[in-house]
Design a protein around this ligand. Structure first.
Ligand code: SAM
Length: 400
């Protein structure tokens, strides 16, 4: 397993029961069935140049991800959040860490901001969380080996990892000083419905499916926020970077989604996959509009002790398009996006083959779909919109 990229994770348990303790159940369903049918992937689009690339710089690493703004907010939170006394560690949770690569700079910056307020030996413990099927070996390699690892930079920083879905309580109540989650909460806990006419719900006119996705998105966001409300310490802060919606109300990546949809149709016409398999294939992600992100907090502005301290939406830069504008190479543009799609969503699509990920056609399916998507995007080069939202959620202080 060592060295295997997070983008090659395979199966996620089909069904997971999350039992909520009897205490403090106000907003969270007592028992929630969360069937995770998707394979979660590390986002290549947020992973810029490889570490040894001549063009690698710390700023491109963050800029590409739309992470710079979120990191600034996390640093601001780290500079003012209440800290526990020295005998107790400062605790930072990273929700949906994947291989940890994109967490290093933001978490490292937060640690530096906290450290400016503490003695050098005040322990800071970071817990990187993800689903159980995540490639935690890759995460530990990143933490141990990456030149930007906070473990090398701070002698009293410690890393731990946790393999459970963030749609349940996974850390002790009132224990987390700072929370961070980037590019993760737009993955739904399950695929709520088959989508009749497209690979992605925001391109579909299938009304029952759209309603099912909207409901699931609301429920998952409600649960994510509620459980973080329990876990954050009084006065703690959580910064979330997640997919928003563009001016058309869609979750972005339009040309790629269409190329995937067209590619699947082509593969079905060529007999590589069946029409029934195409119908089962869907990407269980959503973009959320500002009012959807604020919904759990309505009408009082408070929810599970949390309030929205900051919310902004913006478009992340499409770094593949920027490179295309520089080199004019449409084939490379198509190949880059097809490579991203293969890493990010093909394993999810493959689960819909009759034989699942073990189907004997799985490799051929991925290779042909990648080639078809690359060719389609190269034929009509177009920029992708990448709408993002960043929020800071604040947990109320203990009453004096
Ligand atoms: C696109 S990656 C983002 C990784 C990293 N945070 C970044 O910014 O690049 C999304 C991660 O969220 C994780 N994820 C999705 N749903 C999750 C859940 N219910 N619980 C925990 N992690 C989840 C996926 O497994 C995946 O590793």
């Amino acid at each position: 397993m060592k060295g295997q990229p997070a983008a090659r994770q395979s199966s996620i348990p089909a069904t997971r029961q999350s039992s909520i303790p009897a205490t403090r159940q106000s907003s969270i369903p007592a028992t929630r069935q969360s069937s995770i049918v998707a394979t979660r992937q590390s986002s290549i689009v947020v992973r810029p140049q490889p570490m040894d690339s001549a063009t690698y710089t710390a700023s491109s690493r963050l800029q590409a991800a739309g992470l710079i703004r979120a990191q600034e907010l996390l640093e601001q939170c780290a500079a003012m959040v209440p800290l526990p006394p020295p005998a107790r560690p400062v605790t930072i949770a990273d929700y949906g860490a994947a291989n940890g690569y994109n967490s290093l700079l933001p978490i490292g910056a937060a640690i530096a901001a906290v450290r400016a307020r503490t003695r050098p030996d005040h322990a800071i413990v970071v817990t990187h969380t993800d689903v159980a099927a995540n490639d935690f070996t890759a995460l530990f390699s990143t933490l141990n080996e990456d030149q930007d690892s906070y473990l090398a930079a701070d002698g009293a920083a410690f890393a731990t990892a946790l393999g459970r879905s963030f749609y349940q309580q996974i850390l002790p109540s009132d224990s987390i000083t700072l929370g961070w989650s980037s590019w993760a909460t737009h993955w739904l806990s399950r695929l709520p419905a088959a989508i009749g006419d497209h690979i992605h719900i925001s391109h579909s006119t299938d009304e029952p499916a759209r309603r099912a996705f909207t409901r699931q998105a609301a429920e998952d966001w409600h649960d994510f926020v509620a459980f973080r409300g329990r876990e954050l310490a009084p006065g703690g802060r959580l910064v979330v970077l997640t997919l928003a919606v563009d001016d058309d109300g869609r979750a972005g990546f339009g040309p790629l989604m269409d190329a995937l949809h067209d590619g699947l149709g082509k593969l079905a016409a060529e007999g590589v996959i069946t029409a029934a398999e195409v119908t089962r294939m869907a990407i269980p992600t959503v973009g959320r509009a500002e009012e959807e992100l604020r919904a759990p907090f309505a009408p009082s502005g408070r929810f599970e002790g949390l309030s929205v301290e900051h919310l902004e939406t913006f478009d992340a830069e499409d770094r593949f398009w920027m490179r295309y504008q520089h080199d004019g190479d449409a084939e490379k543009l198509g190949a880059r996006w097809a490579g991203f799609a293969r890493a990010a969503v093909f394993p999810t699509l493959t689960t819909a083959l009759d034989g699942g990920t073990a189907d004997p056609r799985a490799t051929e399916f991925s290779e042909r779909l990648q080639a078809t998507v690359a060719a389609g995007l190269a034929r009509s080069p177009a920029p992708m919109s990448i709408p993002l939202a960043v929020l800071v959620l604040a947990k109320q202080h203990r009453p004096e």
